[in-house]
Each structure stands twice: as structure tokens, then as C-alpha cells.
Design a protein around this ligand. Structure first.
Ligand code: NAD
Length: 494
């Protein structure tokens, strides 16, 4: 049985806690590895190693730090398939989807290659007579990333690329469900020339997370996961004096207006709801259909569902893989079972005919979902698409704005004026106009509103650079004996 340990100080380090977890192969339902769970002491050791590496790494010049990122860019590019097959094996997503994840992660490494430009400060010459003022951005120290199971390569890349390029050292605590991509990334960073100790991987569970949140040498924590844990990480981390950004769950709505191209809207809804078996924080989970087109739209979605090939990544024809664990599959199936009892209409039941062996469900479609039903209120995180019928644009907008989450949303319409009004009104962090999964490119920043993000800075892009640096402003005057005098008044510049 494969054993996955930790990566500390540039090498694999066996766990000593005696605790471990199961890594499943979701497509077969079998255990494929065990992963060591770090103790408080092991986590503290990784943090101490990262702390020791910080002084030298932050002093490394910008060109060299950028060069390491360029090398890493080349290595990830060359190993796309290798990384993607690890993702498919442990997460279950099909190969095309896994390659897409690697590509979107790679963008963030490419962005970090521009770090000499990104860290430029401002300079004001002659702010006062003979006085110049300028600002610089400095790294924070040892920073941590805590990541979810659903993007085991991309979400770590959202974090470590900017964090390292800015001169921080890093401790990653990946999801215990699919940790191998992080271990492989650690090897690639070493090959890219990153000095040992700058990037460490601690595998584990709440014990390791709590050790990070309470450790005095952790300056900042970047978290992505479910809302209850995001809130806990934010509250605990900030109570311990750390800078924290904690991205949480989602319930993304897609509003379809009567003037939309209904075939395009149906294609988009099906792709965004069932891709990656719905285990994406930007998946569409609710279609808000205006009454006059609801029946036609549901028919079009329903007609597309039987064509979706569900199965393991081993067969390139498959488009949707299994869920992450048997427990999660059963939880999702519970929402499908409960929907009819709550008064919704089960149009397509994905429990029927799912492939055996692994943790599979087929796509489900539920009509007449309303707030107050569990299937509507909760984040299901599975291949289940709900339809909620609304009478007007305003009713649809109100449902989105009343939702506790505000990660992503989309509007489908041909009316530019309405789309612009939607962009103005909607209380959501990432908005698609005829784009169902509006994940920002790496030179913007990713983040939701409301219960989808705790903290002030979004993830990656310009916010990522801000999050992983703090600014310092210098007011400087060079000695000029000719103008020197004693003056006890408050310095003014006019
Ligand atoms: P999760 O919250 O269960 O786990 C996330 C991380 O927290 C993991 O590393 C896990 O080990 C750790 N963790 C779990 N329970 C903990 C506890 N009690 N105390 C301390 N740490 C704990 O999330 P998940 O199931 O791995 O991922 C799916 C969730 O992540 C979904 O809710 C999804 O919407 C969300 N997500 C959000 C985004 C976003 O950008 N907003 C992106 C991806 C995933």
C-alpha cells in the first residue's frame, strides 16, 4: 500500500504521530494509499524549518526569485499529464477536467514570474524640501496554505506562487483526501531551484490546522474550503494575530431571461452543474428560470443529461467522474431523496443507473426548488442541478442577493442593459454575463462575498500580492548641513 508522508526541508519525512488517513480511489471505491497525519510537534518542526529558511529567501534578489518561478512554470508545463493523472486517481475527476485544473493553476505561476514588476512601490520626490517619500512591499515571513479536496493542484498554486515569489516561506496543509499532487509539486519546486525549507507540506487533519492557527511563527493563513471551517479558521487565526483570508462554500445561481439563447443557456447550465461531478465552488447549482421560458429550458437540460458519459478517468470518453468518497456520495444522494418530500419535483434521478464499484452518481435535475428546502438552502457539492421558477428579473435578483453565499453567479440574456444592471445590483463576488463559470484569470483576483469569503483580500492576482506582503513607507532626507537647524514644531510641508 502506498504511503504518503510529509515534505519538510526539501525531502520526504516519515510521519511519527502514529495517526493516518485513507486515500481512496473514488473510481473503484478501494483504498489506494494511507496518508500520515501530522502531530502538533511535526507541524511545529515544519514551521521552524520554514522560519529558518526565511532570512535567506527574502534576501534572494528579485531576478533569482522570478527565475525559480520561470523554471517552475516550465516544469509544471512539462508534467501536466503526470499531475493530472494524480488528480484523476485520487480525486476522481476525468483527465480533461484535471488537465484544465493544471492549466488554470499554471496561470498563477506565470503571474508570479512577473514579481519584480508586481513588487514595485511608489516614489514621491520632493514631498517636502529635500525630503522624498517612497513605499516598499516586504514579505510577511512564514505563511500557511490550507486547501480543499476539489482542486488539489490549482488551489495550492493560487497561494504558493505569489507567496514564494514575494519572499515568504510556505507551509502547505493540503486536503487529506488527495494529497499526492502537493507532494509532487514540492519535488518540482525543488527541481526549479527553490532552496530547501522554503516550501513544506504537512499532511493531516484538524490537529495540523489548529497547530498552524496557534503557532506564533505563522504570519498569515490562506484557506479555501467549506464555510463553517473557513469561519473557524478566520476567527481562530485572527484571534491569534494572523492575517487570514478564508474562502468558503457557495450556492451559485444562473439567471436565465426570456431573451436568452436557450440552447446556449442549457449547454452552459449542464456543463457548469455537472462538470467535475458538481464538486466545484463555482459550479452552477440553481437555475433561476423566468416562468415564460422555464418549461422549454428544463426540457433542453433534461434532453442533454442522458448524453453525459459517467465513469472513470481510465476511459477518455467519460465526461463526469465519481464523487470524492462513499460518505459524500451518500450525503448527496440523501439530498436527492429528500427533495421530493420537501415539495420539489425530481425530474432526473441520478441515483438510477450509476456505475457500480466507485462512488458514482449520475446527474440529477430537480424542479420547483424553493428557499426553505434543504436541497435549495444547503451547498450540496454534487451533480445536482435545481431549477427555481421566478416571475421577473427582480424576483431572481432578490433570491441571489438573499442567499447566504455570494461566490459566483451568471446571467444569460441578449440585453446588454439588463446585464449591466445585474452587474451593478448583484451581491456576488464573481459575475458571468453569458459565462457560467466566471473564474477570474490570474491577473484579477478570485473571491466571493458574504459567507463565501472571510477576510479583506481576495485570492491570487493583485490581491494575492497584497495579502502576502506588507507595505512600509519611508520618509527620507539626506544630510545637508547648510540647511540644518533645531525646530521643535510639527513637520509640515507647506
Ligand atoms: P473542508 O472545509 O472540509 O476542508 C478544507 C480544509 O480544511 C482541508 O485541508 C481539511 O483538512 C481542513 N479541515 C476540515 N475540517 C476541519 C476542522 N474541523 N478543523 C480544521 N480544519 C479542518 O472542505 P472540502 O470538503 O475539502 O472542500 C469542499 C469545500 O470547499 C466546498 O464547501 C467548496 O465550496 C469549498 N471551496 C471553496 C472555494 C472557493 O474559492 N470559495 C474553492 C474550492 C472549494
Amino acid at each position: 500500500m502506498k504511503k504518503i508522508s510529509h515534505w519538510i526541508d526539501g525531502k520526504v519525512v516519515e510521519g511519527t504521530s502514529g495517526r493516518s488517513g485513507v486515500v481512496w480511489q473514488p473510481a473503484t471505491g478501494e483504498q489506494q494509499a494511507s496518508v500520515d497525519f501530522a502531530s502538533v510537534e511535526e507541524t511545529g518542526h515544519a514551521i521552524a524549518v520554514a522560519k529558518a529558511a526565511f532570512a535567506s529567501w527574502r534576501s534572494t534578489n528579485l531576478s533569482r526569485r522570478a527565475e525559480v518561478m520561470f523554471h517552475m512554470r516550465e516544469l509544471v508545463d512539462a508534467n501536466r499529464k503526470e499531475i493530472a493523472s494524480l488528480l484523476s486517481s485520487e480525486h476522481g475527476k476525468v483527465l480533461g477536467d484535471a488537465l484544465g485544473e493544471v492549466a488554470r493553476g499554471l496561470e498563477n505561476i506565470e503571474y508570479a514570474c512577473g514579481v519584480p514588476n508586481l513588487l514595485k512601490g511608489g516614489y514621491s520626490e520632493q514631498a517636502s524640501s529635500g525630503v522624498d517619500v517612497y513605499s516598499i512591499k516586504q514579505p510577511l515571513g512564514v505563511v500557511a496554505g490550507i486547501t480543499p479536496f476539489n482542486f488539489p493542484a490549482m488551489v495550492p498554486m493560487w497561494m504558493f506562487a505569489n507567496a514564494l515569489a514575494c519572499g515568504n516561506t510556505f507551509v502547505l496543509k493540503p486536503s487529506e483526501k488527495d494529497p499526492s499532487a502537493s507532494m509532487f509539486i514540492a519535488e518540482l519546486l525543488k527541481q526549479a531551484g527553490l532552496p530547501d525549507g522554503c516550501f513544506n507540506v504537512i499532511n493531516g487533519d484538524k490537529v495540523a490546522v489548529d497547530a498552524i492557527l496557534h503557532h506564533p511563527d505563522i504570519a498569515a493563513v490562506s484557506f479555501v474550503g467549506s464555510t463553517p471551517i473557513a469561519k473557524y479558521v478566520y476567527e481562530t487565526g485572527t484571534a491569534n494575530g494572523k492575517r487570514v483570508q478564508a474562502l468558503g462554500g457557495a450556492k451559485n445561481h444562473m439567471l436565465v431571461l426570456p431573451d436568452a439563447d436557450l440552447d446556449m443557456a442549457a449547454d452552459a447550465a449542464v456543463s457548469a452543474a455537472y462538470g467535475s461531478a458538481g464538486e466545484r465552488c463555482m459550479a452552477i447549482s440553481v437555475v433561476l428560470a423566468i416562468d415564460s421560458v422555464a418549461d422549454a429550458l428544463i426540457e433542453k437540460v433534461k434532453a442533454r443529461i442522458p448524453n453525459i458519459q459517467v465513469g472513470s478517468a481510465a476511459d477518455a470518453a467519460n465526461e463526469m467522474g465519481p464523487l470524492i468518497t462513499g460518505e459524500h456520495r451518500d450525503k448527496v444522494a440523501g439530498y436527492i431523496a429528500g427533495a421530493a418530500a420537501e415539495g420539489a419535483t425530481l425530474v432526473v434521478d441520478g441515483r438510477d443507473g450509476a456505475p457500480g464499484g466507485g462512488f458514482f452518481l449520475k446527474p440529477s435535475l430537480i424542479d420547483n426548488a424553493r428557499p426553505g428546502m434543504k436541497c435549495y438552502d444547503d451547498e450540496i457539492f454534487g451533480p445536482v442541478l435545481m431549477v427555481t421558477r421566478v416571475k421577473t428579473y427582480a424576483e431572481g435578483l432578490a433570491l441571489i442577493n438573499d442567499n447566504q453565499y455570494g461566490n459566483g453567479t451568471a446571467i444569460f440574456t441578449r440585453d446588454g442593459g439588463v446585464a449591466r444592471q445585474f452587474q451593478f445590483d448583484v451581491q456576488v463576488g464573481m459575475v458571468g454575463i453569458n459565462v457560467p463559470i466566471p473564474v477570474p484569470v490570474s491577473y484579477y483576483s478570485f473571491g466571493g462575498w458574504k459567507a463565501s469569503l472571510f477576510g479583506d483580500q481576495h485570492m491570487y492576482g493583485p490581491d494575492g500580492i497584497n495579502f502576502f506582503t506588507r507595505s512600509k513607507v519611508i520618509t527620507s532626507r539626506w544630510p545637508d548641513p547648510a540647511t540644518s537647524t533645531v525646530d521643535l514644531g510639527f513637520p509640515t510641508n507647506r
